[in-house]
Write a protein that binds this ligand. Structure first.
Ligand code: NAD
Ligand code: UGA
Length: 329
């Protein structure tokens, strides 16, 4: 993009945010990365940020976006990539919802206010397939009714609608693209997510909990595809849009477990548990809009993506627990 060189990435110590910052730096951007987790005290954050710290074009700022004055950090920034959020679907019930409201909704609203003050031209928001809720057998289109099944999905829809409201008010200077990511996986995937847990179980021999019958289907999206769409959203010529980002293929959890068993050479030890509230039966992305507005074409098929995540995990585990990994092979 002509002229754009400074991005602010919120949630940079997370799974997707750390991949995004890495790719932006590779493409010559200056990156200010913000996160509430500190690499000094949080081992996951430290691991995610390891490749970024020390890069002269990268600055890390530990701060909570829900209560910090973000305007200082936004000076000179052309694009905000807003990924900071509490991301778990199944944890969002009960008392924890207060934190989801603070981080996902209030944090987004405060960031939008700050972008308006500093006149940041573009904000790209990490929305979620969870805004759709239970769907019929057709791939979800952005124009479909959004009817989330979890408090998390409600918080992401609220944040998404805030983004659109701010970008469409009279005189708005910050244009917005909200990307509805569909279950993203790959190296450094969050440890609470299914593929990550299934692979760890296969490597360690410990049992993974399987919620429901394994028939639930997800449009699993490889992380580099999600990142390509996200960077393309920095300069797409629109004012306020919501766009799906998926793989276009829907796969059951049982099929993923079979694929991981093939990679590991043994079946994955699993214990059936009841289906979890908030989980939907299936997600599937209609990608026509992503193709038309972002030129998006997913590149990494599930088999290849799983192999890459497996190899990453194996090399990582080998460094920390070489004996246990050898035994699991
Ligand atoms: P992650 O938990 O790895 O990263 C999120 C980061 O945001 C964390 O490092 C966390 O510390 C930070 N954060 C949370 N609240 C904050 C606050 N108030 N101030 C500063 N930092 C804060 O999650 P992820 O899987 O990388 O997801 C990134 C984004 O993408 C989230 O917005 C999530 O809702 C969205 N998303 C993820 C997926 C997926 O499959 N991983 C799918 C759809 C949408
Ligand atoms: C994922 C992310 O975790 C959310 O942050 C994101 O917003 C959402 O995708 C999205 O697409 O919007 P989810 O689809 O629930 O949420 O992905 P996983 O956490 O990987 O779970 C996939 C399926 O596996 C679910 O049905 C879940 O119940 C199941 N699962 C998960 C298990 O059976 N066992 C586990 O240990 C973990």
């Amino acid at each position: 993009m002509v002229g754009v060189e400074h991005a602010l990435v919120t949630g940079v110590a997370g799974f997707i945010g750390s991949h995004l910052a890495t790719e932006l730096l590779k493409r010559g951007w200056l990156v200010t990365g913000v996160d509430g987790r500190s690499p000094a005290s949080d081992p996951v954050a430290a691991e995610n940020l390891a490749g970024l710290m020390g890069d002269g074009s990268f600055q890390f700022v530990e701060t909570n976006i829900a209560d910090a004055d973000m305007t200082i950090l936004l000076e000179g920034v052309q694009v905000v990539f807003h990924l900071a959020a509490l991301p778990g679907v199944r944890r969002s019930w009960g008392d924890r919802f207060a934190d989801y409201l603070t981080c996902n909704v209030l944090g987004t609203q405060r960031l939008l206010e700050a972008c308006g003050v500093v006149e940041v031209p573009r904000l790209v928001f990490a929305s979620s397939s969870s805004v759709y809720g239970q769907t019929d057998s057709q791939p979800s289109r952005e124009s479909d009714l959004a009817s989330p099944s979890s408090p998390y999905g409600v918080s992401k829809l609220a944040a998404e609608r805030l983004c659109i409201a701010y970008a469409t008010r009279p005189g708005a200077v910050t244009s917005v693209i909200a990307l509805r990511y569909f279950t993203v996986y790959g190296p450094r995937q969050r440890p609470d997510m299914a593929i990550s847990r299934v692979m760890r179980a296969a490597m360690s021999g410990h049992t993974v909990s399987l919620y429901g019958r394994g028939t639930q289907r997800r449009d699993f999206t490889y992380v580099s595809d999600a990142i390509s769409a996200t960077i393309a959203a920095a300069n797409a010529g629109v004012q306020a849009e919501v766009i799906n980002v998926g793989s276009g293929q829907s796969t059951s959890l049982a099929e993923v477990m079979d694929a991981v068993a093939e990679l590991s050479g043994a079946s994955v030890p699993a214990l059936r548990r009841v289906a979890q509230p908030g989980d939907v039966d299936a997600t599937a992305a209609d990608l026509s809009k992503a193709h038309a507005l972002l030129g998006y074409e997913p590149q990494v098929a599930l088999g290849e993506g799983l192999r890459r995540q497996w190899n990453w995990l194996a090399s990582r585990e080998h460094k920390t627990h070489p004996v246990a990994v050898e035994a699991a092979r």
